[in-house]
Design a protein around this ligand. Structure first.
Ligand code: 59X
Length: 494
């Protein structure tokens, strides 16, 4: 088999987390390209045995990493699964072999056939959002995959068939493939969300779909083979249940992410850096950079390589500040996240990021206001105009997200916490927020019609800009405008 080399064989049977890391090291450092199917089967087997295993297995008191509760993973077990995967792929596509030379680039037809091969071997009905359905181990032993897992399996299948041009493309909530001589062809290979007809085989949205956050304005993470390994490592799920993680699985994920980080394979992968930051916040690795630095690196990666069109790097950072009671900094991260989403039109495929902003606006910020207004301190954020400015920028971004969208974002549930939050700042604090107006900046999302008022709403920390024509001279008018929206909606609701 392509995947198995003597060195791999020598590392079996796998009895420890350390030997899994050795196999990844070998594939990443000493092979032309890492074998996605082999690595996914191995981590899937390890994750399965430590998170879905027998609940009352005798808890051995032992070194959790060297001789963990891991039942030893035999070479034969992995070999059988690997051969099964290869047979499914080989059977699905009779790769035309002309004068013994297989075509070197994949075609849309081939990609669709591989996607069909995976699709048609999945269980008829299962809970798609369940944990531990992301690996080829889950696919080959249980015929179950989540939506990311299907996309990954297609790329691993194309690799097994010898098509080195097929790569995984990742947005913040969807996955597809790129292929062809210049990686310019794109194809849907999996489903997205609930109750949506899948678009498998079609190229990625050019039209109105392209303006939605789901396709990140055509700035997806286009993976190399090593970044595909980073994606399968990011998809490792250490959850034992709703409240506990299997610490050996979390340790394995953290060590593998550091290995990929040191080899430079996370440089263009903001979410993987963010995942590593989350793991480091829980349990920091001695001698490694701090988690807050990692969150900053994720943001600069998104700004450098993806035109700052990704939201999650700012919500990784905002979540960290919030958990560590650094509320002023959290407001700034969330305002920066809002500056990203304002550039998009809201579409019904964007539920995940909608829920993210809803939780920030209606749970996290109100919680901060509650704790800040209970204790009296001169250092309170309620005394800081820059905090008020960040909040206005945060809300303004969501308002602009809604503007020009076919689907509304805001409803009465948003307005009450919003008014409640804004009115916690005294007028002399609010008055210190400098309201200035700037002209239209950057290419507008209103597909190049000038906006009704000819200006873009924009705001940075020390000035809040509203469109001149509306010219709300003070934010009191803003509050009255919002309150009147609340009242009018309440009356229409009754
Ligand atoms: C700030 C947060 C709420 C914390 N975790 C977040 N995520 C957890 C990890 N996520 C991811 N991490 C690595 N790679 C990918 S590719 C992808 C789209 C489906 F394929 C998601 C995702 C998604 C985002 S965002």
């Amino acid at each position: 088999m392509a995947g198995f080399r003597d060195i791999d064989r020598a590392l079996f049977p796998i009895k420890s987390i350390t030997s899994v890391i050795e196999i990844f090291k070998h594939h990443l450092e000493r092979t032309s390209e890492p074998d996605l199917a082999l690595l996914s089967i191995i981590v899937g087997a390890v994750e399965n045995s430590l998170t879905c295993g027998r609940p009352n297995a005798p808890l051995q008191i032992c070194d959790p990493i060297e001789s963990s509760r891991l039942p030893s993973l035999e070479y034969h077990t992995v070999e059988v699964l690997y051969n099964k995967f290869y047979a499914i792929m080989k059977g699905a596509v009779d790769v035309p072999v002309k004068n013994n030379a297989k075509p070197q680039y994949a075609t849309r037809e081939l990609v669709k056939k591989v996607s069909d091969a995976v699709w048609n071997t999945l269980s008829r009905s299962y809970y798609k959002d369940r944990a531990h359905l992301q690996s080829l181990y889950s696919y080959l032993t249980g015929n179950k995959l989540d939506c990311f897992g299907v996309a990954f399996a297609v790329v691993a299948g194309c690799q097994a068939l010898g098509f080195a041009d097929v790569h995984l493309a990742l947005s913040e909530d969807h996955a597809w493939v790129v292929f062809g001589e210049f990686s310019t062809e794109t194809a849907e290979v999996t489903w997205h969300g609930k109750g949506n007809e899948d678009k498998r085989g079609q190229e990625i949205g050019k039209g109105v779909a392209a303006r939605s956050w789901l396709y990140v304005n055509n700035k997806p993470v286009v993976c190399t083979r090593a970044m595909e390994v980073a994606a399968l490592v990011s998809a490792i799920n250490p959850s034992l249940n709703a409240t506990h993680d299997a610490y050996e699985v979390a340790y394995l994920q953290q060590e593998l992410l550091w290995l990929l980080y040191d080899l430079g394979h996370l440089t263009k992968y903001p979410m993987a850096i963010g995942n590593l930051g989350d793991l480091e916040e829980i349990s920091s690795t001695p001698g490694r950079i701090r988690c807050d630095i990692l969150f900053r690196e994720a943001i600069s990666s998104a700004r450098s390589y993806y035109d700052n069109m990704h939201v999650y790097p700012y919500t990784y950072q905002g979540g960290y500040f919030y958990r560590n009671k650094m509320y002023k900094e959290a407001f700034e991260s969330w305002a920066n996240a809002s500056d990203v989403i304002r550039k998009y039109n809201y579409s019904r495929d964007d539920e995940e990021i909608y829920k993210e902003f809803l939780e920030i606006a209606n749970e996290l910020i109100p919680h901060i206001m509650k704790v800040e207004s209970s204790g009296f301190s001169a250092n309170s954020i309620l005394k800081k105009p820059e905090c008020f400015a960040c909040l206005l920028r945060f809300y303004d971004g969501i308002c602009q997200w809604e503007e020009g969208s076919a689907t509304p974002v805001l409803h009465i549930g948003w307005a009450k916490p919003l008014v409640n939050t804004i009115s916690k700042f005294d007028s002399e604090v609010r008055a210190q927020v400098n309201i200035v107006c700037e002209s239209n900046t950057g290419d507008s999302k209103y597909d190049h019609r000038t906006q009704a008022n000819g200006n873009t709403n924009c705001l940075n920390n020390n000035n809040y800009c509203i469109s001149e024509k509306e010219n709300r001279s003070s934010d009191n008018e803003l509050i009255h405008a919002i309150e009147s929206k609340v009242i009018s909606e309440e009356s229409s609701d009754n």
